[in-house]
Design a protein around this ligand. Structure first.
Ligand SMILES: C[S@@+](CC[C@H](N)C(=O)[O-])C[C@H]1O[C@@H](n2cnc3c(N)ncnc32)[C@H](O)[C@@H]1O
Length: 236
């Protein structure tokens, strides 16, 4: 008799509001015997908190301890997390892995996917990324017609950010944290600061929208972004 193995699901949760889950993600989440999610050093799981109201008591929860420290390779931790998930899959249990936003857009699930997708049946369910969600919250259309849209991690050097922003019609800058001041300076030099929006934890209960000129660089969290919407005018 052949041994049955479980199926792996990477599900996008959307950017924070539990109502942004897709129907498919919700169905899979509630029917899975095992639910795994990243947990930070402090023991908190943003992903779990998003779906806490949907979990069932009989589901097995598997916290995956990820390092969120700078200057530390995260690869050994993904190796270990993949092993943990693999044990459940080998036992014939389906495993749902939670991922904030969209799993294939800078999502933590990608690193498990690359380790496990050749060995186990795997399905990825897309989620509402912060890029889409924050624009809806701000009521600011991002791109029109043939606009070129760019996604930039704030960690890039100032000159690279400037080069890329100079050729984009619209852009979003992610992973702000302590890179805020550098990014803001670049925006000011390019004359983009007045057009830029700043938002923390979009769609989460502690969402915060602040005029970019009033942001205190010391308090910018990791879950914050800057967007520069298109300048297109309805008369164009
Ligand atoms: C590793 S990326 C994850 C992106 C996520 N997979 C998605 O699809 O939105 C993390 C960065 O996305 C941005 N981000 C994610 N969720 C956010 C939210 N709710 N509000 C503001 N920024 C967010 C922040 O810039 C953060 O540093």
């Amino acid at each position: 008799m052949t041994k049955s193995i479980g199926k792996l699901y990477g599900i996008g949760l959307g950017s924070g509001d539990p109502e942004l889950l897709t129907l498919k993600a919700l169905r899979l989440l509630q029917s899975a015997p095992v639910v795994a999610y990243p947990v930070s050093d402090g023991g908190k799981s943003l992903s779990r908190s998003i779906v806490a109201g949907y979990l069932r008591a009989e589901q097995v929860e598997v916290p995956l301890w990820y390092p969120f420290k700078l200057n530390q390779s995260s690869q050994p931790f993904y190796d270990k997390a993949a092993e943990t998930i693999s044990a459940h899959l080998e036992a014939g249990q389906d495993v749902v892995v939670l991922c904030e936003g969209d799993p294939f857009f800078y999502g933590t699930f990608m690193y498990l996917y690359t380790r496990l997708c050749d060995r186990y049946p795997t399905e990825v369910v897309p989620g509402v990324s912060c890029v889409m969600a924050h624009a809806a919250v701000l009521g600011t259309p991002l791109t029109y017609r043939n606009d070129v849209f760019m996604v930039l991690p704030a960690i890039l050097p100032a000159e690279v950010l400037a080069e890329r922003l100079a050729v984009a019609d619209a852009a979003v800058i992610l992973k702000l944290g302590h890179h805020f001041s550098k990014v803001y300076e670049v925006l000011q030099k390019l004359g983009l600061a007045e057009r830029a929006n700043y938002i923390e934890r979009a769609t989460m209960p502690n969402q915060r929208i602040v005029p970019i000129s009033e942001v205190d660089p010391k308090t910018v969290p990791y879950f914050a972004l800057i967007s520069i919407p298109s300048q297109w005018q309805p008369t164009d």
